[in-house]
Write a protein that binds this ligand. Structure first.
Ligand code: DON
Length: 334
């Protein structure tokens, strides 16, 4: 069970701004130094290309809503975005289809089960129930606007690139490796289809979904992407309007309740920041109105969440004031 080691760190409150860039950089360096030697967890090996990633890589980045970015360690090292993409694809389809339609067609509750669970679909009468587990994420991808899978892919790629503020590219090695081994995702989409809950062609949509998961990002990109959700949908570095403020609220609500899968309750209890992980080793954590942190470290816990990333964000939750539940007693009332 994940437990933070941060009780000795003063908790900053959730309101206000991030500390200035120099202070933020100093805090990031401290956290990087503190956890870089931690060697718990294991790199994902169910996707063969991911098993080859160097487990010692470790990068942390923080981006404020005024567009300042602090990077430490391997914050500019590219890796596969994997499930962290699901949060941003959910934002794009919610922007396109609307709040009520997405709630009805996918659902927004936590399944309480692992990200690739077949049981979750069976227990929920053929519904994926959540856009951040694989079944719901493939359904979200299938809802991307476009008349053909190719058009949907280009819409998705443009949207994720706008979140990052740069043109993202595909890691073809990860894509091919994942395509050769993703029979389970195909089975999930077909199971949804058997219940009448998947309108597109499962093979085509699993292909687009697998491309989305194989996009290369850095911890820096994740911080900018997260800060866009923290900033009412405006990328704080480029100034581009990517999604509406309402969509940011919807997306943050979903990642708060299920971004760390079946560990999401524990994560909110310990750390208190909406966050989304990916088996490529990335985590993006978003403090609404303040900014976001992106981390990259490949070794994962059994739920598929980066171990060093969780510790780093747990520490920064306190020192940068990211915990959305943290308030202080009023003067004279403590
Ligand atoms: O579909 C999969 O299994 C991967 N492309 C993504 C899974 C993932 O990242 C789960 N995250 N923690």
């Amino acid at each position: 069970m994940f437990k933070t080691d941060t009780d000795h760190i003063d908790q900053r409150v959730s309101t206000g701004a991030l500390p200035d860039l120099d202070e933020t950089l100093g805090l990031l360096r401290e956290v990087h130094e503190r956890y870089r030697g931690l060697d718990d967890g294991a790199v994902a090996d169910y996707i063969p290309a991911l098993a080859k990633v160097d487990p010692s890589l470790f990068g942390i980045s923080a981006c404020s809503v005024d567009g300042h970015v602090a990077d430490v360690g391997d914050a500019r090292h590219e890796f596969a975005i994997e499930s962290a993409s699901k949060a941003f694809v959910f934002a794009l389809v919610t922007d396109a289809l609307g709040h009520d339609a997405i709630k009805k067609r996918i659902g927004v509750n936590n399944t309480g089960l692992p990200f690739n669970s077949v049981m979750a679909i069976e227990l929920n009468h053929g519904s994926a129930m959540n856009p951040l587990v694989n079944a719901g994420a493939i359904s979200a991808t299938a809802l991307m606007p476009g008349k053909t899978p190719d058009e949907q892919w280009h819409h998705l790629l443009a949207g994720l690139s706008a979140f990052a503020g740069r043109e993202l590219t595909l890691d073809t090695e990860v894509y091919e490796s994942e395509m050769a081994t993703n029979q389970r995702n195909l089975a999930l989409a077909r199971l949804l289809q058997s219940y009448g809950n998947f309108e597109n062609d499962p093979t085509e949509m699993v292909d687009v979904y697998t491309r989305q998961c194989s996009l290369r990002v850095t911890a820096h990109d994740l911080a900018v992407m997260g800060a866009t959700l923290a900033d009412g949908g405006v990328n704080p570095v480029t100034g581009a309007h990517v999604v509406s403020p309402r969509v940011c609220r919807d997306t943050l609500a979903v990642i708060a309740t299920s971004g760390m899968y079946e560990r999401s309750g524990e994560w909110m209890f310990e750390i208190g920041i909406p966050a989304k992980s990916g088996v490529g080793g990335g985590i993006v954590a978003v403090a609404p109105g303040k900014g976001a942190v992106g981390t990259f470290s490949p070794p994962l816990d059994v739920a598929g969440n980066s171990v060093r990333g969780q510790y780093a964000i747990g520490h920064l939750s306190r020192s940068l004031g990211l915990n959305v539940f943290a308030s202080a007693a009023r003067e004279g009332m403590a």
